[in-house]
Design a protein around this ligand. Structure first.
Ligand code: TYD
Ligand code: MG
Length: 455
């Protein structure tokens, strides 16, 4: 009755099926399903009955016990994204495109944690010790008390961890690790899952914090970091645009802190430098007021960040005009275009629309709606907004403007950077920030009339 041991897994999301198809039903990715060997179920059935499972009543947990202290690296941008430092026994995934700077970031973090007295082990499956030393030299970290291991066999790594008992172990990368219990090749979904499972359970059992590095993969043969997202406590992505020096470390899941928190870094010749005032950096390229450019006062996690939105609207030579977005949600753009047409009578038919968030930022907040509408109108009417103005607010399908949270923080950041006017929705509190004129509007039609003299 033994069933065939063949299964198929999606290398993008890890979904398991028993038949191949060209497109994954779970995540919609094309060409990501590959044949894979299932995990052996040996250990769980072998251990059955040998030791009694233990339970503890919730009321027996002592409340006076303070949670174990977090360790801070001293890299403010990293500590904040972690939710205020590294939690002992936690598992963290750091994903990102190859070459974005994950190894650089983590070697710097390892050196910082180790110098602060946290016993740190850096396991590399990708580079030889000599290469890591060269990188450390370039980063000026050769004297940091970090332990190094170059290893890919999971069993050997666990033995090393057991012997060394570090407080922090960094595994670079999870795709290079392989377990001899799993039949498939390193980098397959089963291997990546098995390695992540072993390492995270070691973290929980022994109180070691584990950071797993995962490359975002494009070709579909190697499992991507999404496959292990659900196994870890914290998921961070390291992002950046080609040709830009900025790198953004973004928390997309965090059991121990706010998600959506970002840390901003700049890649320099000597490694990553922290950017403590990202608004100034994102706005640094701005020149004279231009049509289509609008400054959005946003909130990323707990911190206000000003970014420039750029729109371009031009007559389309195509029967189906283009809608191209970088750094924002394309569905949301379609919604704003529809509201502008239906509620304000401003059509975009026959026009190509391009929207870009400058500096390689990605914005998820609905609070950017009004700034996007302003950029689109400014581009369409070829009328620049005054350069001392910031915009924020959510747009509803009825065309009404909805108040958003943290108005005061947004205004304070704008004031700090020399802006004097803010356009925002009506409703909510009206904070008094000296030097900022707050222009509040109830709906999109009055915004169009007031700002562009149309509508
Ligand atoms: P790396 O950390 O190796 O990327 P990942 O681990 O995500 O694949 O970073 C590689 C890139 O960073 C490479 O293009 C060189 C650049 N870099 C610098 O610009 N400055 C530096 O000090 C270092 C160490 C790397
Ligand atoms: Mg690397």
């Amino acid at each position: 009755m033994a069933k065939s041991k063949i299964q198929f897994s999606c290398t993008a999301c890890g979904d398991v099926t028993n038949k191949w198809s060209g497109r994954c039903d779970a995540c919609g990715e094309w060409n990501s399903i590959v044949e894979d060997t299932p995990l052996s179920t040996g250990p769980s059935s072998a251990s059955l009955g040998s030791s009694k499972g233990r339970t503890v009543a919730l009321t027996d947990l002592r409340t006076e016990e303070a949670p174990p202290p977090r360790s801070t690296s001293g890299l403010v941008e990293l500590d904040r994204v972690l939710g205020g430092g590294l939690v002992p026994a936690s598992a963290i995934l750091v994903g990102g495109d190859p070459g974005i700077g994950k190894s650089t970031l983590l070697l710097q973090a390892a050196a910082q944690f180790a110098s602060n007295g946290l016993k740190t082990l850096y396991v590399s499956g990708e580079e030889a010790s000599a290469q890591i030393r060269m990188r450390a030299q370039r980063l000026g970290l050769t004297s940091a008390p970090v332990q190094l291991a170059t290893e890919t066999n999971l069993r050997d790594i666990l033995t090393t961890l057991e012997a060394e008992r570090p407080k922090l172990a960094i595994i670079d990368s999870i795709q290079t690790m392989w377990s001899d219990n799993v039949g498939s090749a390193p980098g397959s979904v089963s291997q990546v899952r098995a390695a992540a499972h072993e390492l995270t359970s070691f973290a929980k059992r022994k109180g070691t914090a584990v950071i797993l590095v995962g490359h975002v993969t494009k070709d579909g043969q190697i499992a991507g970091p999404r496959v292990v997202e659900h196994m870890v406590d914290t998921v961070l992505y390291f992002e950046g645009e080609r040709g830009h020096q900025f790198r953004i470390l973004r928390a997309v899941k965090n059991r121990f802190g706010p998600a959506d928190e970002i840390g901003v870094f700049e890649m320099t010749g000597k490694g990553l430098a922290e950017v403590l005032n990202p608004s100034a950096l994102f706005l640094s390229d701005r020149g004279e007021p231009t049509a289509g450019s609008v400054v959005f006062a946003g909130i990323e996690g707990t911190r206000p960040v000003l970014t420039e939105l750029q729109a371009l609207v031009a007559p389309s030579p195509h029967s189906q005009p283009r809608r191209t977005v970088v750094g924002w949600d394309s569905g949301r753009l379609a919604m704003i275009l529809a509201v502008l047409e239906a509620r304000c009578g401003i059509p975009f038919t026959g026009l190509d629309v391009y929207l870009n968030v400058a500096g390689g930022m990605k914005i998820n907040e609905p609070a950017a709606d009004l700034a996007v509408a302003a950029a689109l109108l400014s581009a369409r009417e070829d009328a620049a907004l005054p350069s001392d103005t910031v915009v924020f607010g959510e747009i509803s399908l009825s065309g009404a403007l909805r108040a958003v949270g943290q108005t005061e923080n947004r205004l304070k950041e704008a004031q700090k950077l020399g802006f004097t006017t803010a356009i925002a929705p009506k409703g909510g509190k009206t904070p008094e920030i000296s030097g900022i004129t707050l222009n509040r509007m109830g709906d999109l039609t009055s915004f169009v009339g007031d700002v562009f003299g149309a509508g």
